[in-house]
Design a protein around this ligand. Sequence first.
Ligand code: SF4
Length: 507
Amino acid sequence: MQTIAIINASSINEYALEPFAGGPGSLDRVRSLADRLAGPDGVLILMGAGQAGPEGARVARRDAWTMKAVLEEASAFASEHPGADAVLYLQADAPFTDPALAERLLALHRRYRAEYTYADGWPAGFAPELLSPRALPNLAELASRHDLPVDRDALFAVIQKDINSYDIETELSPVDLRGLRFSPTCDTRRNKLAAERLWNLGVRSADEASRLLPDRPELLRTLPAFMWVQVAAGCPQACSYCPWPAMAGDPRRADGHMPAARFRSLMSQAESLCDDLVVDLSLWGEPSMHPEFEELAEAVLVRPRFSLIVETSGLGWAPGLAERVSARGGERVNWIVSLDAADEAVYRALRGEGREEAEAFAARMAAAFPGRVHVQAVRMKDNEAGLEGFYRSWKKRSDKVIIQKYDDFAGCLPDRRVADLAPLERYPCRHLARDLAVLLDGSVPACKHCLTPGAGGRLGYARILGNVFDDGLPTVWERAGEWYLRHAAGDYPEPCGRCDEYHTFNA
Ligand code: SF4
């Protein structure tokens, strides 16, 4: 019985190479573990063409990796080791890869002669995956039929394509921690910070993490991952379920916008703080109404670790503008086109005029940029009857159809929910842990959703934390942390106690 190991370092960055918690970097730690379990001759590291490999290591390099290529390299390497009965598949950016858990998985894999063995319920980065060498050629062929990115979940994604054909074993975590979406890995500044904080609390193993994490929600908040930015005040529609008209008056008559120079300075601050970020335009208002939209998009896309989401009614786009932005950004640009209903009368009641133009925009963009255009309906009593038809009809034209939860903004809008999706047990708000919302003038509310009624029934934010142009992004982010710590203590500031958005997740 021999174990061999494949370390996937194909898309690592500086965070996996730098020292981790004052010691060796993540790649070095994972390699040491692989050497221990497979012996130095039994380890193959997969890297990008330009990456420097660790000294003395066997490295396979390619310009671009696919899962087919990963599995073919693994298969070729396994054929050099005819005595091998198990292949450890490790991620180079996972400094918490647990040797004891790896041994448990190996024992399970061998006892049941499995073809694939994995651990479930722990956060990312604690467990390797295991393959049988005999399954590799078949899996490479299966991967060749599907275009899957080589990300952390890619091996399981390949197997899922024909899951009943493989003998699979699973080791379950005593506590299911997947819902935390905690990733103590060295792939982003945010995740590495979380990983080092976990390490500094003394955690070294998967079991220790299972015991500690449920009681340490502060570990889930490090740096922003998602930023809504309001870039326009106006909108061609005044939707019946949107709070913006009740905050600022009829948006069809508004015309303010955030100047491109200010937006660029905001993106510069965001890059310094977060390194990678999802930027969503526009928090309120219609992005097509911004006179310099292409410059805004460029300010996001010029930063290679940023990606852009454009939330639009699909109305008002100058010919070719959306296409140019999408072509420039490739997979880093996603569109959400809010349509809400296929039926003209329901559309008009919810959104107003413009259904034909909006549908034509969504169809044109979905055809030109498949997989990157999401057609959305907010699910509510008003459109529930036609929602299945909406879904089926748009599924034929776009891979991506979003049925979005209705938000009554902590009771500020009528309750039009069809179902209560809130978890049975409340936990600290995901938005406070990961998001920032920036308004037109740079002011930052505690979160996008925290509205309260003011004088004359006008809606406004319960708390403004500061202004990114005056106070700086790090300061307002730290101030939002005070609310998060109150949530962690079970103390919900106004209006959080009435809000059911705390469990929803953006990025
Ligand atoms: S609970 Fe609701 S109002 Fe409070 S921070 Fe979270 S999303 Fe905002």
